[in-house]
Design a protein around this ligand. Structure first.
Ligand SMILES: NC(=O)c1ccc[n+]([C@@H]2O[C@H](COP(=O)([O-])OP(=O)(O)OC[C@H]3O[C@@H](n4cnc5c(N)ncnc54)[C@H](O)[C@@H]3O)[C@@H](O)[C@H]2O)c1
Length: 443
């Protein structure tokens, strides 16, 4: 059984009640109880829903923070549960409780916080249920697989006053923050445009294979959950679900939320774009299994700023010799950044650089500080660095881009009617249709 704050306090009061124990005075007992109480207050019992890949990475980072223990894990695949449980027994000296249904896990009152590491179509329901159950939540990005789900997750988090960190870890990366501060101090001049690109092989999916029976030990109906019923195909399952609309949004949402988040953060943007237009399609690798676009260029129009997005799946090179990155174009210099670091390309005037050259700045992994920030906020009840509104805003940008291309439209959001006006094709993609018995929650 996991060690919990409640059990600790019960044990401490049992000891206090037995204050006649040889060698212990009442005052030393009370002092010890006080000391132990504060260390008990630092204990956090965490649980993981969706354990195969990223969720487990997140959990490992959580376990590096003193006082955090993994009390339970939940997955619909027995093999994943078995191997992650063995990993955890090694890491923390104790195997967690197993669940195959997240609703049962959420009934466990010893659990204070959950990490949601399920595929994107399975973020919203466990998230809302976790809010209702009073758990704090680290939810992986993109916040959800549709605009409507993102909105209701914001309402749930705020209604139930939960601490929520969204897994856009760049917000905790020192070199990302340094670059934001550098630009905000005026060092690149007026920033009017950011070009973002993201070229990855995995975006074209795996070679096509036939449908087959689900692997033994997998509750495939639960894996599909609110998504439409269909036969099992391993290309749409672990890891590669990202390239199918029912479960994910391809490179546009997978990498889009990470990188566009930086383009919004630098200017503290909290609004939707004025318009979104997109070009591209599925032009290549037709022997590969994917529905999401392999080729895409998107323009997000804002008042005095444009955000340009590009991806070419199946290609691994890009501008400035980087497969992915952002180029913040200022009047005096362009700042180019990715997870490895950033560098400056100054403009020239009268044979001189407009801004002093600076050495290339290097970056470090930001997953660990991002999780640390979440754990700290569970204790302080402050908003983490990537709060639910940050997660919602950028996910909505990315979903709007996919909807623009899926419907061949230039989209404008109508704030009064909360839709794309009379563009019925686009409006039909705002919210998913959940498969029964699952119901899109109302807030
Ligand atoms: N922040 C990052 O840098 C980053 C990187 C990779 C992935 N991610 C995000 O993490 C999430 C998971 O991606 P992944 O690559 O780990 O996917 P994955 O397919 O490797 O793992 C998902 C796990 O969830 C389990 N699962 C599915 N439905 C479930 C349910 N109803 N209840 C419990 N478990 C269920 C699956 O069996 C699987 O073990 C996605 O949202 C993805 O976008 C974020």
């Amino acid at each position: 059984m996991p060690f919990t704050r409640r059990k600790f306090i019960t044990n401490a009061s049992k000891i206090a009640a037995a204050s006649g124990i040889a060698g212990l005075t009442t005052s030393s007992l009370l002092a010890n109880a006080e000391k132990n109480k504060s260390s008990a207050a630092d204990k956090i019992a965490i649980a993981l829903i969706g354990c195969r890949n990223m969720g487990f990475g997140d959990l490992q980072n959580a376990l590096k923070v003193s006082g955090v223990e993994c009390a339970a894990i939940c997955d619909v695949d027995d093999e994943v549960l078995k191997s992650r449980s063995a990993d955890l027994a090694k890491i923390q000296g104790k195997a967690p409780i197993h669940y195959k249904d997240f609703r049962k896990l959420l009934e466990n009152k010893d659990i204070q916080a959950v990490i949601i590491g399920t595929p994107d179509h399975w973020h919203c329901l466990p998230f809302v249920a976790a809010c209702e159950a009073g758990k704090d939540i680290y939810v992986e990005k993109p916040l959800a697989n549709s605009m409507a789900e993102c909105d209701l997750m914001v309402s749930a988090a705020r209604k139930y006053k939960r601490v929520v960190q969204v897994g856009q870890q760049q917000r905790s990366g020192a070199h990302w923050k340094q670059a934001m501060d550098f630009m905000n101090a005026g060092n690149i001049g007026q920033l009017r445009k950011v070009n973002i690109w993201s070229n990855f092989n995995y975006g074209v999916g795996q070679p096509k294979v036939s449908d087959e029976a689900p692997p033994p030990g997998v509750d495939f109906d639960m894996w599909l959950g609110p998504a439409p019923l269909r036969t099992f195909n391993k290309n749409r399952f672990h890891g590669s679900w990202r390239m199918f609309w029912d479960y994910g949004g391809g490179l546009m949402t997978d990498w889009g939320v990470h990188l566009i988040d930086m383009a919004l953060w630098v200017k503290n943007i909290t609004d939707l774009p004025i318009s979104v237009s997109a070009t591209g399609g599925n032009f290549s690798y037709l022997d590969r299994a994917h529905e999401t676009f392999d080729t895409m260029s998107v323009g997000f129009q804002l008042k005095d700023y444009t955000i340009n997005w590009e991806h070419t799946a199946g290609v691994q090179s890009g501008p400035y010799g980087r497969a992915y990155g952002l180029a913040f174009v200022g009047n005096d210099a362009t700042l180019v950044i990715d997870r490895d670091g950033w560098e400056l390309f100054p403009e020239m005037e009268n044979g001189k650089y407009k801004v002093p050259a600076i050495p290339k700045q290097s970056g470090r992994d930001s997953h660990e500080p991002h999780m640390k920030n979440f754990i700290e906020c569970i204790k302080t009840r402050k908003d983490p660095v990537c709060n639910i509104e940050n997660g919602r805003l950028v996910a909505v940008y990315a979903h709007m881009a996919n909807i623009a291309l899926r419907t061949n439209s230039r989209l404008e959001w109508n704030h009064a009617t909360k839709n794309f006006g009379n563009n019925q094709a686009a409006n039909a993609l705002i919210a998913p249709t959940y498969r029964k018995p699952w119901v899109l929650p109302k807030m």
